[in-house]
Design a protein around this ligand. Structure first.
Ligand code: PLP
Length: 415
């Protein structure tokens, strides 16, 4: 497969689509807990990493491997580890580089579950400094001897803050610190963070990568390029002999294996099928989101936040970093919680559901759901107010979506 082919061709015909046992077109679903061997000697070699083979699905499975190789190739990484959920991926990746006494620098406008995780890590002695936007200057100012990783979402969900990946990577690297990027909302179709300087990219594959809304999952892809300093990153010290691959080895053979957060084989299969249409879906989703956000923005009592709107504070990043795409999520403010509920309840096609990245358009009132435990300050830092509606745009016909939302907005004025 020539590297210069397009994204969709690579997705469908890369070398990770070949070499399954019986020449299957798709990876077979190895829906098993354990793998059997002819002799104890053979199994001993597998456990000792002296011969290739699978022993137990929590520590390796061919369907998971097929999914990992595919996403790893799309992201341009050196290796990938699939996980049971996006949160399992984020927590495993962070616990592989941090130990008690260490610090993390993170953007504040993150997905609510990730913010909650950082609060859980406090109890393990890992402190997070939340910055209101990860910029070169703010990161530089807050790096200390204890900082072990900088973490942020490339387009944050739902605050739509865009990280300037090359700038943040540069300042982190100057201090010997890796940059971990949650790229769930962009996907490798819009941008590949590793190519911009990030060291590790993480996805909740439950969203756009799976796309069909049928399998929770997560994945961590390592560039294999970060020059670890083992005196600084003590959590990796035992893996020193692996050099730049130390993070991946510590993650796979230690943290991931022992926390027990593996992906289910069936979910890996569903995500393998789902990702095949990623390029087509993202084109359509972004086109629909752009049309819908502009149509709502023209309503005078509605305030819309979407990256392709010229007044959005991160508008310039659409061309600068996002290859012309605005992504599939936008938010709008209805003026009051009551009106937000009336609009949501009045929609014909959009489903009221707590997810993003589905084929179907989904809406939610984040203040009363996703941010219910975050407190006003945390909520507002994530761009969520009492009257905010989050929309995850699907692939429906855009005329139908625009008409549906405009009808609901106009009818809500009468309430
Ligand atoms: N990261 C982002 C940006 C998300 O939006 C989400 C979930 O909404 C997660 C991580 C967590 O993913 P999961 O629900 O698969 O654990």
């Amino acid at each position: 497969m020539k590297e210069e082919c397009g994204f969709n061709t690579k997705l469908l015909h890369g070398k990770y689509t070949k070499g399954f046992g019986q020449r299957e077109i798709l990876p077979p679903i190895s829906q098993v807990t354990a793998f059997q061997y002819e002799s104890m000697e053979e199994l001993e070699k597998v456990f000792a990493h002296k011969s290739m083979g699978y022993a137990y699905t929590r520590i390796g499975n061919p369907t998971l491997a097929a999914f990992e190789q595919k996403i790893c190739a799309l992201e341009g990484g050196a290796g990938a580890v699939s996980c049971g959920s996006g949160m399992a991926a984020i927590s495993s990746a962070l616990l592989a580089v941090c130990e008690s006494g260490d610090e993390i620098i993170a953007g504040s406008g993150l997905y609510g579950g990730t913010i909650d995780l950082f609060h859980d890590l406090e109890k393990l002695g890992i402190h997070t400094i939340f910055l209101n936007g990860l910029t070169k200057e703010s990161v530089e100012e807050h790096i200390t001897e204890k900082t072990k990783v900088v973490f942020g979402e490339l387009i944050s969900n739902p605050s739509l803050t865009v990280m300037d990946v090359p700038a943040v990577a540069e300042v982190a690297h100057n201090a010997g610190i890796p940059l971990f990027v949650d790229a769930t909302t962009v996907t490798p179709y819009i941008v590949r963070p590793l190519s911009l300087g990030a060291d590790v990219v993480i996805h909740s594959t439950s969203k756009y990568i799976n796309g069909g809304g049928n399998a929770i999952g997560g994945i961590i892809v390592d560039s294999g390029r970060f020059p670890w300093d083992f005196d600084k990153h003590k959590a990796l010290a035992e893996y020193k002999k692996y050099g730049r691959m130390a993070f991946l080895l510590r993650l796979r053979t230690d943290i991931w294996e022992n926390l027990g957060g593996c992906m289910a084989p069936m979910n890996a299969y569903l995500s393998c099928i789902g990702v095949d249409t990623l390029g087509l879906r993202m084109d359509r989703i972004c086109e629909n989101a752009d049309a819908l956000a502009h149509a709502l923005d023209a309503e005078e009592d509605i305030t819309v936040s979407y990256l392709t709107l010229p007044e959005h504070p991160f508008h310039e990043y659409v061309e600068k970093e996002l290859n012309g795409y605005g992504g599939g999520i936008f938010t709008f403010r209805a003026g009051s919680k009551e009106r937000a509920f009336r609009i949501i309840n009045g929609l014909k096609y959009a489903l009221i559901a707590s997810n993003i990245g589905d084929l179907r358009t989904l809406v939610i009132h984040p203040a009363s759901t996703l941010y219910i435990h975050s407190g006003r300050e945390g909520m507002e830092a994530a761009g969520v107010f009492d009257d905010t509606i989050r929309v995850s745009v699907g692939i429906e016909n855009k005329e139908d979506l625009v008409a549906d939302f405009l009808d609901a907005v106009r009818e809500s004025r009468q309430g």
